[in-house]
Design a protein around this ligand. Structure first.
Ligand code: HEC
Ligand code: HEC
Length: 299
């Protein structure tokens, strides 16, 4: 009997040692990734603050590229999640940070996911913005720089053990965008704005975080269980929007209503998208229709 107890004690003790070591390795490796200093430099540049440019920037930031969906429509930020196991995820108050950033540093953050101090931004989906044209980027920067300051003190993001384990094991998609973007790649020329599939593709990067890189929806890796699941927006007839008309698409994007009258969950940011122009919706529609239809859930 004593022998068995001793044996159980050893096994249990051994297991704890292994778990502690495992977590230690995870902690050290994620700490290194989160504190890595990226050295990419961008030469500073001027942006125009004329009302048309600022309005273009507002349109892109609020209605297309969803900056305001995360940072709040007044850009004063919010605490997204505060969980002892997962950690605290904070969308910072941009109105209080923007003056510390030069235009070039803002571009580096938005396009490459590198913060002013050279460390990578977590969760900020720069992979969706890395391809933006210079004029569009400048318009967004002009809008951000021109925002009125709003007081809202927020704590910093702090990853808990579960988020670290997911990050360490490579479960998340694009949790640290800076790691996924080639900072030195030449940018392909941006398409002319127009109701074309090419321009739709340019805009549709903003759908990928939720609908997946192949736009067929399904639960994203590491997404919390209570997060609404994005549906299939390829033209798959059974599981996607293959039987929809363009008017159905307009209605979903502007009013959040499916053809059968069902209301979409507000996690689908139609409250932002409803400000898109007809041309932009036509372009998105042309692009989504041009994709190979995929079955739901293949991301
Ligand atoms: C999915 C949510 C999300 C979206 C969409 C998003 N951001 Fe962020 N953003 C974040 C998070 C989270 C951070 C904090 C990153 C960190 O502290 O590591 C951040 C950080 C920032 C910062 C400050 C970095 C610092 O020094 O603290 C700025 C400026 C910013 N975002 C601008 C933008 C702009 C402009 C857009 C749209 C083009 C945008 N964000 C879209 C989540 C988002
Ligand atoms: C923040 C996450 C998120 C983003 C970003 C997002 N969606 Fe969605 N979308 C969802 C979710 C979740 C649903 C399902 C809502 C429901 O089931 O009530 C959905 C549903 C839809 C639907 C309805 C299809 C159906 O029958 O369920 C369409 C159309 C759609 N999205 C298009 C888009 C397009 C186009 C973009 C990019 C321009 C986009 N979405 C970006 C989360 C998102």
């Amino acid at each position: 009997m004593k022998k068995i107890l001793k044996w159980i004690g050893f096994t249990f003790g051994g297991l704890i040692v292994v778990l502690v070591l495992f977590y230690l390795v995870i902690h050290i490796s994620t700490e290194r990734r989160l504190n890595k200093i990226y050295t990419l430099e961008i030469a500073d540049f001027e942006v125009s603050f004329d009302p048309l440019t600022i309005e273009r920037g507002r349109h892109f930031a609020d209605n297309v590229f969803l900056c305001g969906a995360c940072h709040g429509m007044d850009y004063s930020g919010q605490i997204e999640l505060d969980d002892p196991l997962f950690g605290r995820l904070v969308f910072p108050n941009i109105t209080e940070i923007k003056d510390e950033y030069s235009n070039a540093e803002l571009e580096r953050l938005i396009r490459y996911g590198i913060k002013r101090d050279g460390k990578p931004a977590v969760l900020m989906p720069s992979f969706e913005y890395t391809h933006l044209s210079d004029p569009d980027m400048e318009a967004i920067i002009a809008y951000i720089k021109n925002l009125p300051a709003v007081e809202n003190d927020l704590p910093e993001t702090k990853l808990g053990p579960l988020a670290r384990i997911f990050l360490g094991l490579g479960v998340f998609e694009h949790f640290i965008s800076a790691e996924d973007i080639d900072h030195y790649a030449e940018r392909p020329p941006a398409p002319e704005p127009g109701p074309t599939a090419e321009y739709g593709k340019y805009l549709a990067s903003t759908c990928q975080t939720c609908h997946g890189p192949g736009y067929s929806g399904g639960k994203g890796p590491g997404e919390p269980p209570d997060m609404p699941i994005a549906t299939n927006i390829t033209a798959h007839r059974e599981t996607g929007i293959g039987l929809w008309s363009i008017d159905d698409f307009y209605r979903a994007m502007r009013e959040g209503i499916r053809p059968n009258g069902e209301k979409l969950d507000e996690f689908m940011p139609y409250l932002n998208f409803r400000g898109m122009t007809d041309m932009e919706l036509d372009a998105l529609w042309a692009f989504l229709q041009s994709l190979e239809p995929r079955e739901f859930g293949n991301r």
